[in-house]
Design a protein around this ligand. Structure first.
Ligand code: ADP
Ligand code: ZN
Ligand code: ZN
Length: 775
């Protein structure tokens, strides 16, 4: 017998499969989806079996599989096809995609065990069992393996696997990015991981970090040892309330009832459920899941990680009992593995989880639901850069089952598809409890400036904050920003102090009075004079929330004001302290960055102020308007959730912008109509597939030349696609490497094929590499 094996070396030669001989004693043991060790060149590498077969066309140099890593398949045919799709569609390697699909526990060392389940067994093996019924696979000497596998085939022995730590850890380790540390990690992986941590910009538990970023514990430990990150432990709070939660199944209202009956199980249609926040989407999800289970099938539901709170878990457990696996980041690696095994064995009918739960090994899907389908986190940001929603569509096709995409603010491309019949549109335009969405007022900041108001608070917002405080109600002030805070600028000539290696502004650190580059660690003491014009009118431009905080303190010195941003929140604990303080109404006003938009639910908040709605509008991405609209809708949703009505004040220099106007009126359709015209005019989704190709190299001239070469090659095959650039990347120079960007708005397969062809050519290239991202 022969096996087609994919080998996990990530370069161009090995993105295809190789044939190997299956040793006779492993025949019938090794199946599709098992991992093996194989000789490859001078090395022994891990490989995945894609196929087994009776004959091979390879005549020369055929080698034998060395050893079996798994004795039971860890992947099935469906996932092998899915991995192939990812590697083609999302420009990554087959092996990387396969690896992503198996639980982390299996990527580490795990113990194979053998269980003796009958009365007969070859004598040479019997003595290794001594008095036990189950022993470790490793206790059997290698030369006995042929006999061992024969016994397995005879059914006397059964193979199982166990990962070593199965006890529940009392503590969970959190990772904190240490921004004070100077210097750079010596490994590329270390640097990448730091950039990743910087991007997410908050402390994260180590399991989620390893899961989301794909880096190993080793990389993390090395960074910690060298002081780039801090690890600290936090006690895991018992999730008692989960068991005590009592399910109350409400009866559906008329709107829900209509939507409920519109969905048909047993076909592969995609439904877009457009329902305002609080319209009762979750209740519908649970009905459909229940129906699916009653029809003898299974259900898979994806939600953003931040929505996987203990409350939502409790609601699902209460309704579905032991039929369900909830895969959240509070689970340890071994707990996740146990859940995965339960799913694989068919002990679980319902899986709820974040992005990677799309790989839950359910085998008889009856419905797939993706809640908050507009969320960017459904696409993984590092390789393989798959979209869980794309994969959900493929799985829905495989199982001929419906896919429900739910959102209060669907992406324009999805709404377009719903309107044009590719999806079926289901709508819930009102809140289930009958409460109105909060009223919004737009304030023109240009007028404020004209009237001499230079503070970040308009007169209306000031009055409302004071009124709210006098009524013993709470308010949230939101200042949208991205990335790091303060940089140093000359007020005379406008020059900003930048890193000589990275071409980005240096960050001011008050504690040490230094300026630091967050990409490479370059550091100098704070400058007193402008390098360009010599002026001493140097100032650092603060994070904004600080100024906002001070402005609030000025008008209400007696109020208790909290600040929630990356400057005040170094650790998860700080975040929780602030959260609880505000929730228990020990503070009156919360000032913060987008951190305050993340699913906070406070009964007593009646006022939300958006300090500057324009910032979000000017990100250099095609969906900036959409993100801005969603963001304003989300913060607005923090107001008036319970018994009292809410009010939203949106401050802007651009009050006539359609995004602001529509967000003010909670007018999604109005927003969509304008947005889709803009998408069409600029050939953006759904009118093309935008793909960004980053060309990275040490030598400026060479890198540019190569980037032009690639762009021209793509232009050579393009018919209607648009190929922009190469242009210098937003951060052109990073750690002494130059970054050029080509933006492809692909409209034909031939352009996609060409990119697919180009991608591997640069993966092992020492001088120039490329990185490809779907936008
Ligand atoms: P969404 O997921 O659309 O934001 P939820 O499903 O969380 O909304 O529902 C919001 C609130 O309305 C929840 O507290 C839920 O229990 C309640 N709710 C949902 N459907 C009904 C209904 N038919 N009658 C009364 N309350 C409902
Ligand atoms: Zn100057
Ligand atoms: Zn730098």
């Amino acid at each position: 017998m022969f096996a087609e094996v994919i080998i996990d070396i990530k370069n161009k030669q090995v993105n295809k499969s190789f044939d190997y001989i299956i040793p006779t004693y492993l025949e019938g043991i090794l199946h599709v989806g098992c991992r093996v060790k194989v000789p490859f060149g001078k090395l022994k590498r891990t490989g995945y079996i894609l196929k087994t077969k009776e004959s091979t066309e390879v005549t020369r140099g055929l080698k034998e599989i060395d050893e079996a890593i798994d004795l039971k398949p860890v992947l099935n045919e469906e996932f092998i096809k899915l991995a192939e799709y990812i590697s083609i569609h999302d420009f990554s390697f087959y092996a990387t995609s396969l690896e992503t699909m198996i639980p982390q526990a299996l990527r580490m060392k795990y113990e194979k065990t053998i269980k003796w389940v009958t009365n007969s067994l070859d004598e040479s093996l019997q003595k290794h069992f001594k008095t036990k019924k189950e022993i470790s696979f490793n206790t059997i000497p290698k030369e006995l393996e042929p006999i061992l596998f024969k016994e397995i085939k005879l059914g006397n022995l059964v193979i199982d696997s166990r990962i070593k730590r199965v006890r529940k850890e009392k503590y969970i380790t959190y990772v904190h990015f240490n921004s004070e540390k100077v210097g750079i990690p010596s490994s590329k992986k270390g640097m990448d991981l730091l950039s990743y941590l910087e991007e997410i910009n908050e402390d994260i538990d180590i399991n989620s970090l390893m899961n989301d970023s794909g880096y190993s514990k080793n990389v993390i430990d090395t960074l910690a040892k060298n002081g780039f990150i801090d690890l600290y432990k936090k006690e895991i709070e018992p999730e008692e309330d989960i068991k005590n939660y009592i399910d109350k199944e409400v009866s559906l209202n008329r709107m829900q009832e209509d939507v409920y009956h519109s969905l048909k199980l047993g076909n592969e249609k995609t439904y877009l459920l457009h329902g305002v926040t609080g319209s009762g989407k979750t209740e519908l999800y649970m009905r459909w899941i229940k129906d699916s289970i009653h029809s003898g099938k299974e259900a898979l539901m994806l939600v953003p990680e931040i929505s996987l709170t203990p409350q939502i878990t409790a609601i699902f457990y209460a309704r579905f009992k032991e039929n369900i696996a909830v895969l959240h980041s509070r689970l340890t690696i071994s707990e996740k593995y146990e859940q995965w095994k339960r799913i694989l064995n068919g002990d679980v009918k319902i899986v709820v989880g974040a992005r990677s739960a799309i790989f839950a090994p359910l085998k008889n899907l009856g419905i797939i639901i993706v809640d908050e389908c507009h969320e960017a986190s459904y696409r993984q940001s590092n390789n393989p850069k798959y979209s869980a929603i794309d994969l959900a569509k493929i799985r829905s096709h495989t199982y001929n089952c419906p896919l429900v995409l739910g959102s209060a603010t669907p992406n324009a491309e999805d709404y377009f598809r719903a309107i044009h019949g590719e999806y079926e549109l289901l709508s819930l335009p009102k809140r289930a409890n009958g409460r109105e969405l909060p009223k919004s007022i737009v304030v023109d900041l240009r007028e404020e400036l004209k009237n001499g108001n230079r503070t970040p608070l308009s007169n209306i917002l000031k009055e409302e904050i004071i009124k709210c405080y006098r009524n013993h109600e709470q308010s949230i002030l939101f200042l949208n920003r991205r990335g790091y805070s303060s940089f140093v600028q000359c007020r005379n000539c406008g020059e900003v102090v930048k890193c000589p290696h990275c071409d980005i502004s240096l960050t001011y650190h008050g504690k040490t009075n230094t300026l630091k580059c967050h990409y490479c660690g370059y550091q100098i003491s704070n400058v007193m004079k402008c390098e360009k014009c010599g002026s001493d009118k140097i100032r650092y431009v603060g994070s904004g929330t600080e100024k906002l905080y001070e402005a609030v303190k000025n008008i209400l010195p007696e109020a208790k004001v909290l600040r929630l941003d990356t400057d005040t929140v170094a650790k998860m604990e700080d975040y929780e302290n602030i959260y609880h303080e505000f929730k228990e109404h020990k503070a009156d006003i919360l000032v913060g960055t987008q951190m305050v938009t993340k699913g906070l639910d406070f009964e007593n908040v009646t006022l939300v102020g958006v300090a500057n709605a324009d910032i979000a509008l000017h990100y250099p991405t095609f969906d900036a308007n959409q993100v801005a609209f969603n963001l304003i809708e989300q913060v607005a949703g923090r107001a008036g959730r319970a018994k009292k009505d809410g009010k939203v004040i949106i401050q802007t220099y651009d009050p006539n912008n359609y995004v602001i106007e529509c967000a003010k009126n909670h007018d999604y359709e109005g927003f969509y109509k304008k947005e889709i015209l803009f998408r069409k005019a600029s050939s953006m989704p759904p009118f093309s597939e935008p793909i960004e190709i980053e060309v990275i190299g040490k030598n400026l001239g060479e890198t540019k030349k190569e980037a032009i070469h690639i762009a021209n090659a793509l232009r050579g095959v393009s018919i209607n696609s648009i190929i922009l650039g190469p242009t210098e990347a937003y951060i052109f120079k990073k750690k002494d490497l130059y970054h050029y960007v080509i933006l492809v708005q692909a409209k034909e397969d031939i352009v996609l094929d060409k990119i697919q062809y180009i991608y591997p050519l640069y993966q092992n290239n020492k001088d120039i590499t490329i990185s490809i991202t779907r936008k």
